[in-house]
Design a protein around this ligand. Structure first.
Ligand code: SIN
Length: 502
């Protein structure tokens, strides 16, 4: 019988950093990912890391901006931790070999983004920050003797023994499912974008972590707070939709409608750099009325500043130096998630969560731009340290006995046959639980989701997981009878809405 190790599910920045931190504390770990290390929202991240390193900036100013964006719902202590521990994590990344962009004076280049009062966004490789960071961490993880990596391996469910989560049933790409006993499970599975018709999230972002945690009776929080990015590339059949980073608007790109009119100022005096939900709704209105485009033609040296975006646009036959870029909102980020304490412990013994899947309290109802990679780093670090301490203190004899777990009998094709249901679900969620919600739309979504669930064969466990989370989001949105942050109820208009349209 092998000694149980922590099992980390997911290989975005939070999963990889947890594994690295555990290993650096002398604790072995198993890291499981559905596809490969290249397939995560972190690896795709174009935005950078917000961190208070500049002259005139401070963690407390960064905290104030984060709290303001959260629309009153963030936990000030979680935000203090996020912003004050961020600089140390960035220095550690530098020590691991991460190469952040620097100015001619050799100092880290600090960018400004919407709702930040100071330039504090660091990037790597221009708009390829995520790929650069994950590339750096992947090298460390792949050759670390204490870390075992299982790619192309899905987690089917968590296994419980009494009060405690004691392992996972995993399904490798080829072969039968098996029980992996674990001294702890760390969920780092990312977001929920694939529940919506258009998303910037990769194909793997199917809300698995929320479904696993809910089925294991761990508490979830704030599921209704979803962030739609205002400027995803809109081209027929292109989904996931590549992000056109907010940094492009930060560099001066303007939003125009089909008549060439700059429309963002109609919604908010801050125009293109108003909070994301405000800009996203303005873009949605323009899109519905004939289209919305980003005009980035005045940005000097666009291809050098945004090499990743330029490569994506070129692949789709667009040249940002001469062409307008068609855009529309897309589901981008989940602010809520698996409720954790400030060390990453979920409400079920043995279960932890870090990164987008978790609700640490740093985002409240809306996330400040470029705080997500930071959250992944800071709270994965805390989870790794706290878990390492627990494991050192845990007497081996105190661990639950190994137990046989019956393999699941499944029809391998059951989920594939449910793709039409999932397509309907995505359209339903976008139309009824999207940028604008109301009692009527949410009730309709709940009824339809219940119908889809009833018609889905029991074997289609992936489909059931997605339908479950869609229902949890919808119910949370129905319960919140107000407009706040990323959650806009047309039947409960916010005071801010009146201000915006005044
Ligand atoms: C962006 O660059 O617009 C996205 C970054 C983020 O989501 O924070």
């Amino acid at each position: 019988m092998t000694t149980p190790r922590p099992v980390i599910v997911g290989t975005g920045i939070a999963g990889l950093w947890t594994a690295w931190r555990l290993a650096s504390e002398g604790q072995p770990a198993v890291v499981v990912t559905k596809e490969t290390l290249a397939d995560s929202a972190s690896a795709w991240a174009q935005g950078g890391i917000a961190v208070a390193l500049g002259p005139g900036d401070s963690p407390s100013q960064h905290a104030a901006d984060t709290l303001a964006a959260s629309d009153g719902l963030a936990d000030p202590e979680a935000v203090r931790i996020l912003t004050s521990e961020g600089p140390s994590r960035v220095y550690e990344l530098l020590a691991l070999g991460a190469r952040f962009d620097r100015g001619l004076d050799g100092r880290l280049r600090l960018g400004l983004e919407a709702a930040h009062t100071q330039p504090r966004i660091i990037h790597a490789g221009g708009d390829r920050t995520g790929a650069a960071l994950i590339g750096c961490l992947a090298q460390v993880i792949r050759c670390h003797p204490l870390i075992e990596l299982l790619e192309h391996t899905e987690v089917v469910r968590l296994v419980e023994d009494g009060e405690r989560v004691t392992g996972v049933i995993v399904l490798p790409g080829s072969g039968a499912d098996y029980f992996l006993r674990a001294s702890a499970i760390v969920l780092a599975t990312g977001g929920v974008g694939q529940l919506y018709a258009v998303t910037t999230n990769p194909r793997v972002a199917t809300a698995d972590g929320w479904a696993l945690a809910h089925r294991a009776v761990a508490e979830l929080r704030d599921l209704e707070f979803l962030q739609f990015h205002p400027t995803a590339l809109k081209l027929p059949g292109v989904n996931p939709a590549p992000l056109i980073s907010e940094a492009v608007r930060g560099a001066g790109a303007l939003l125009v409608d089909r008549a060439g009119r700059r429309f963002a100022l109609d919604a908010d005096a801050r125009g293109e750099l108003a909070p994301r939900d405000v800009v996203a709704r303005a873009v949605a209105i323009a899109d519905a009325a004939g289209g919305a485009w980003l005009d980035a033609r005045a940005i000097a040296d666009f291809p050098a500043v945004f090499p990743g975006t330029t490569a994506i646009l070129t692949r789709h036959g667009l040249d940002p130096v001469h062409d307008l870029i068609p855009v529309a909102p897309a589901l981008h980020y989940a602010m809520g998630g698996v409720l954790t304490d400030l060390q990453g412990r979920a409400t079920r013994a043995g279960l932890w969560a870090a990164g987008e899947v978790a609700s640490t309290g740093v985002h409240g109802a809306n996330r400040l731009a470029s705080n997500s990679l930071l959250e992944g780093l800071v709270f994965a670090d805390r989870a790794g340290r706290a878990l390492a301490t627990e494991l050192r203190e845990q007497a081996p004899s105190g661990l639950p006995a190994d137990q046989p777990v019956a393999a699941l009998r499944r029809d391998a094709g059951a989920d594939a046959a449910c793709e039409p249901t999932l397509m309907e679900m995505r359209e339903l969620m976008t139309a009824n639980v999207g940028l604008q919600r109301s009692e009527g739309s949410l009730l309709h979504a709940e009824q339809e989701l219940a119908r889809f669930t009833g018609a889905t064969p029991a074997d289609a466990w992936r489909t059931h997981n997605q339908l479950l989370v869609a229902r949890l989001i919808t119910t949370a949105a129905r319960r919140r009878r107000e407009s706040r942050g990323g959650h806009r109820r047309s039947d409960y208009p916010p005071a801010a809405l009146e201000r915006e349209s005044a």
